[in-house]
Ligand binder design. Structure first.
Ligand code: GH3
Ligand code: MG
Length: 455
């Protein structure tokens, strides 16, 4: 996976070194010699990840990080702070400034590449979701895109899979205030626990003789319940090839033994925050897609949904030789209601009307607001005589009890046209036309009635 990396450092030799290594791995590299230039480039170019030196004259790396993270246009770009080995305090400060990860100088190849790859992969998932979300132009999503990564509010739930009870115990104790931990000593138990309660992050120790840790990783990524759960590998020095293989399989991050508490904490925190952010986005996208087929006023499906489903329902009825009926309803003299009680009053009537239709049909019947004060109900497995009885029940239910509009009792009536599938040379449009013609007849013959074309 290629990506555009921005390297920020005031020492030209450091920039050159990172640039050479990243270019060799086919990353596109941009460079900046100070914080101001870095901010400018992030604003202008689509940067996928920033490697940021902490100590720089003018504006230091921490300030650059804070600014990038507080700007909605750049807050989603992952930032890796590059810190001197002897300055542990910089790491904490970096994470507090919103950095996603850190590397210590001198930067080791494996660490550099694995961190960059992992963050780029996370970002590309986020980008795809952001793109989908942005095209839907939902107000809720726009607001959400502007937000920073969410802070972790509750202790994240981490699952540790480690065959060795003593080392599992040590790791659990180390993370005791950082997360709520479940431990498993084998692959089957691990999968079982992960399916039982989806964790926010999984830690897998590579020291295993009873199972293959990498196979376990790909297994976890193949189940719907766990495929978005980040995985961090706990590896030994000298396992570079295995770690690389793990990254190819989609493992998100790794730490090496002996485990540094601060480092593991930071890595868990980063993975969990990214996951929360992506989970939110994914849910918002799903909600927006749902909103696109739901009528906002009545909560019924809208015409777009009807158009995409009626053909399927129709074909299913025809091929199975099952009856199918539809009714089109239209409120009588609705303009008069709007004129007397205002548009809001009219809306109240439409809402209550939708509620009453719903209450009079079955769950499998599809009720749609076709537009304005016209509604369509599709009734699978329903022949004409029954459909007319249902329509009559709806008509009666509307007439019998006046609607309440801002304290006024408003009498409402409805006209309904019914049509049923005829197994001859029928089509959806012919069926709709027959229902429409029946409705027209109901209107013309005095309203407040049900008409079905004679079979
Ligand atoms: P008919 O008995 O012949 O159906 O008479 P009608 O007045 O119901 O029919 P007409 O088609 O003349 O008027 C429909 C009205 O429905 C006009 C339009 O302003 C109103 N309308 C359409 N959509 C909405 C809506 O979402 N809310 C409200 N309040 N009114 C709507
Ligand atoms: Mg009308």
């Amino acid at each position: 996976m290629s990506a555009r990396v921005l390297v920020v450092d005031d020492v030209p030799a450091n920039v050159k070194l990172l640039e050479a290594r990243l270019t060799a791995e086919y990353f596109e590299v941009l460079t900046a010699a100070d914080g101001f230039e870095a901010l400018e480039i992030c604003d202008r170019d689509a940067i996928d990840i920033v490697l940021l030196d902490v100590m720089m004259p003018g504006m230091d790396g921490l300030e650059v990080c804070r600014r990038l993270k507080s700007d909605p246009g750049t807050s989603h770009i992952p930032i890796v702070m590059v810190t001197a080995l002897d300055r542990a305090s910089d790491r904490v400060a970096g994470l507090e400034a919103g950095a996603d990860d850190f590397l210590t100088k001198p930067v080791k190849d494996l660490q550099l590449l694995s961190r960059v790859r992992s963050l780029v992969r996370l970002k590309s998932l986020t980008d795809e979701l952001r793109l989908r979300a942005a095209t839907t132009r939902s107000i809720g999503i726009q607001e959400m895109l502007g937000r920073r990564l969410p802070e972790i509010e509750e202790l994240p739930h981490v699952l540790l899979i480690d065959e060795n009870p003593a080392s599992a115990e040590r790791t659990a104790t180390m993370l005791n205030k950082v997360c709520e931990m479940d431990t498993a000593s084998g692959a089957n138990e691990g999968v079982f626990l992960a399916m039982d309660r989806t964790p926010d992050c999984v830690l897998i120790s590579t020291r295993a003789s009873e199972f293959d840790p990498l196979r376990l990783c790909s297994q976890l990524q193949s189940f719907d319940r766990t495929r978005y759960v980040p995985i961090i590998l706990i590896a030994d020095e000298g396992e570079e090839a295995r770690v690389m293989r793990a990254f190819e399989l989609g493992v998100n991050d790794y730490v090496t033994r002996p485990i540094d508490r601060q480092e593991l904490t930071a890595r868990i925190r980063t993975q969990v925050r990214r996951k929360l952010y992506n989970d939110h986005l994914r849910m918002s996208v799903a909600e927006t897609i749902e909103m696109a087929v739901i009528d906002g006023l009545t909560g019924l499906h809208n015409r777009r949904y009807l158009d995409s489903h009626i053909e399927t329902l129709f074909q299913r009825a025809v091929t199975r030789r099952r009856p199918l009926s539809i009714m089109i309803t239209d409120l009588d003299r609705f303009k008069g209601i709007n004129d007397t009680h205002g548009h809001d009053g009219g809306d109240q009537v439409l809402k209550e009307f939708a509620r009453r239709i719903r209450a009079n049909v079955r769950g499998i019947d599809l009720v749609c607001r076709f537009g304005g004060e016209e509604f369509v109900v599709i009734m699978p497995d329903t022949e004409s005589a029954l459909a007319q009885r249902v329509a009559e029940r709806v008509r009666h239910d509307i007439e019998k009890e006046p609607f309440q509009v801002a304290g006024n009792a408003v009498p409402v009536t409805v006209s309904i046209g019914v049509a049923s599938v005829d197994y001859g040379a029928d089509s959806v449009s012919a069926l709709m036309r027959r229902a429409d013609a029946a409705l027209y007849q109901a209107k013309n013959s005095g309203r407040n009635r049900v008409v079905a074309p004679a079979a």
